[in-house]
Design a protein around this ligand. Sequence first.
Ligand SMILES: Nc1ncnc2c1ncn2[C@@H]1O[C@H](COP(=O)(O)OP(=O)(O)OP(=O)(O)O)[C@@H](O)[C@H]1O
Ligand SMILES: [Mg+2]
Length: 326
Amino acid sequence: MSTPHGTPPAPAEGGLLARATNIRCVYGGGEKDFTAVDGVSLELRDGEILGLAGESGCGKTTLGNALAMIATPPLYILSGTLEIDGESIDLSTLSVADLARHRPYRGRTVSMLPQGAMNSISPTLRIRNLVVDVMRAHDRRFSPDEALDLARDRLKMLEMPVRVLDSYAHQLSGGMKQRMITVISTLQNPRLLIADEPTSALDVSSQRMLVEMLLAMVEQRIMSGVVFVTHDLPVLSQVSDQLAIMNAGRIVETGPTRQLVEEPQHDYTRTLLSSVLDPSEETRRRGRARRRAEGTAGRETPGHDPSGRGTTGQDAPTRDEEVGTR
Ligand SMILES: Nc1ncnc2c1ncn2[C@@H]1O[C@H](COP(=O)(O)OP(=O)(O)OP(=O)(O)O)[C@@H](O)[C@H]1O
Ligand SMILES: [Mg+2]
């Protein structure tokens, strides 16, 4: 599949898709620069999903912005290269000229699905207008009709309801909004998608639909690889081929997901895994006691929410069907 304005052929599946080397980022402008990413190197194979995990504030979004070449002051990339598609791109942004140098790669070579993006769409905007705005912001050569044709084809390919294009953002559930933003941010068939916390604000059912859609997109070669950023290790361990664990601006451990989850080598990885995947006996005991007190013991099952509002108190999963019948 290629865009009307051409996309270079995808490299063979299984080979190296991208290699980032020695990325260093600082937030400047204050009294003292703050180093948020401190010499990170990463590799991603073609066709794979790399999970980037680490606690809040460790630098995941900053690293994602550097890779997607969308850093703007006060964030400066002091050093770093990204090898992708046979090119070696200098990621550093120390001047305005550097920002312009990266423009051709944005959205096309690397696309960013920003953290919290679904909350930043104006509720009164029709999705079709969002499609046109985003596509034309990347490439003025897209006419509105071309952009919409592309979006319709993509939705059909992903078995999603085309009529969502006519909806206003406020009519869509959180899950559908997030899937639409994912579709829109990959319309140019980027080599690499950086998905920053794409599932964090979603209920369990919407999380599953988004993850399945991302997997289908990689299988269908819409993009050749994904860096999936989240602090949600259970989600990552299901979706990622490789994991990279980040702490205080550095990658402390990388490896195949299963190996890293089963045999973590680094103390920080062990702490992160145990804090998420293995609640302490005290926590379990208190949870059981509370459920007994509420008379709900044994009734909770993953993916089932008696309130119908999802685990985060967001939209009920059924709203997708209300808006999105084909
Ligand atoms: N605009 C900014 N100016 C100064 N410091 C910033 C700015 N944005 C982020 N930081 C700092 O950089 C560090 C890394 O932030 P970043 O947003 O990359 O973390 P994160 O791992 O994505 O966190 P989260 O999981 O909460 O999204 C944090 O210490 C944060 O306070
Ligand atoms: Mg973040």
